[in-house]
Write a protein that binds this ligand. Structure first.
Ligand SMILES: [Ca+2]
Ligand SMILES: [Ca+2]
Length: 388
């Protein structure tokens, strides 16, 4: 590994160094291109894994069983491949009572007034007869965003501690943001969106969104200047927002937004890539751009995968560590706060194709490499699944 802004490596004393981790294999067969993992927040032990081609699969942690029949299969209405597919799944905070969950997919052009390649965010419902089966005919269209190119679709969905739905949108694609979508707030591309799916039809704009009432700016925008936020998460303890934003050709970055933020941050793309000047185009440099808290250069690495701050109970020595990784090198890093800076250390030298991290209901963190799902554990402390 090349050295990349890993200050702890340079310190003579590693007393506070990141604890060693080990990956415990959880699912080693039966999945096809898993690119997301979440839970329903309903007290069950189930993990919900979205496969790129359009299926949501259920893994029952208590019995160690991957169900053969998908929870949902919408491969009929989406396109898949490259950076397209079923990109995100999230369950409503009150899923146990209302049975709602939300998906983000690349349209084939047959649903939700979408054209081919467009981003569709829609709601589905669990079936009334079987908690492990959703109703494929229950789709309610929430938001359709035109996509000029097949890449940079973002795709993550998450409910914030405020109960609003956050949607990570990439800059639309191609390379170098040719339409300047990252710095153009009249488009939803290149932004983090925040909408209220509990009021309005199909949604409403939270009154506290930062650009409400401003001419020429879409009120859904919570933060902007993003290139391709491939996985973001809320710290379940603090409510802070962590965004992995994929770089162009030189720098990968992690953006941080404190829970106390009122929104409106400009994360810089395509004026800046990481902390570095990318473009002198009109409007650059924009005032008050927010630099990432972590960046690393390309080399063996090429594409960041944002992760989670560990808040589980199984591994007390991992508490508070922010885990993230790189798709190309497969390396997992852990970031810890020290003296006001996020210090990054290599936690695991993995294989190729680190597509996503995920979190279960208890705050345990998982990672997908290729078709395999593993749990992040403290070194030498692997528990059986029946631990739950
Ligand atoms: Ca796109
Ligand atoms: Ca940036």
């Amino acid at each position: 590994m090349k050295s990349i802004l890993l200050p702890l490596f340079m310190l003579p004393c590693l007393a506070d160094a990141l604890p060693q981790i080990e990956l415990q294999p959880i699912i080693s067969s039966g999945l096809s291109a898993p690119i997301g993992l979440t839970h329903a927040g309903d007290g069950s032990s189930r993990l919900f894994i979205n496969e790129q081609a359009g299926r949501i699969r259920i893994y029952k942690s208590d019995s160690g069983t991957l169900l053969t029949e998908p929870f949902l299969d919408i491969s009929d209405r989406l396109r898949s491949g490259g950076e397209t597919g079923l990109l995100g799944v999230v369950f409503h905070p009150d899923y146990a009572n209302n049975g709602y969950f939300y998906v983000n997919y690349s349209a084939k052009g047959t649903t939700c007034n979408a054209n081919y390649d467009d981003t569709v965010v829609s709601r589905f419902s669990v079936s009334t007869s079987n908690p492990d089966i959703a109703d494929p005919n229950s789709e309610v269209c929430i938001l359709t965003v035109h996509q000029p190119y097949g890449n940079h679709n973002g795709g993550q969905l998450a409910f914030g501690p405020d109960g609003y739905l956050y949607i990570g949108m990439g800059d639309g694609g191609d390379g170098g943001d040719p339409h300047n979508n990252g710095q153009d707030r009249s488009t939803l591309l290149g932004s983090m969106l925040r909408i209220d799916v509990d009021t309005g039809s199909p949604y409403s704009i939270p009154a506290s969104n930062p650009f409400v009432g401003q001419t020429g700016i879409r009120p859904e925008i919570w933060a902007w200047g993003l290139r391709n936020p491939w996985r973001f998460s809320f710290d379940r303890q603090t409510g802070d927002l962590w965004i992995g934003d994929v770089g162009q050709g030189a720098w990968e970055e992690i953006d941080f937004q404190a829970a106390t933020s009122a929104g409106g941050e400009n994360y810089g793309w395509a004026c800046r890539e990481g902390k570095h000047l990318y473009s002198n185009r009109t409007g650059c440099p924009a005032p008050d751009m927010v630099d990432p808290v972590i960046e690393y250069p390309h080399g063996n690495e090429c594409s960041v995968t944002g992760g989670y701050r560990y808040r589980g109970n199984r591994y007390p020595d991992l508490k508070g560590v922010y885990f993230f990784g790189d798709y190309c090198s497969g390396v997992i890093w852990g970031a810890t706060l020290s003296g006001g800076n996020w210090l990054v250390e290599t936690a695991y030298n993995g294989g190729f194709g680190l597509t996503t991290f995920g979190e279960d209901q208890n705050g345990e963190v998982y990672v997908a490499y290729g078709n395999n799902i593993s749990r992040i554990t403290s070194f030498g402390l692997i528990f059986a699944d029946s631990f739950e």
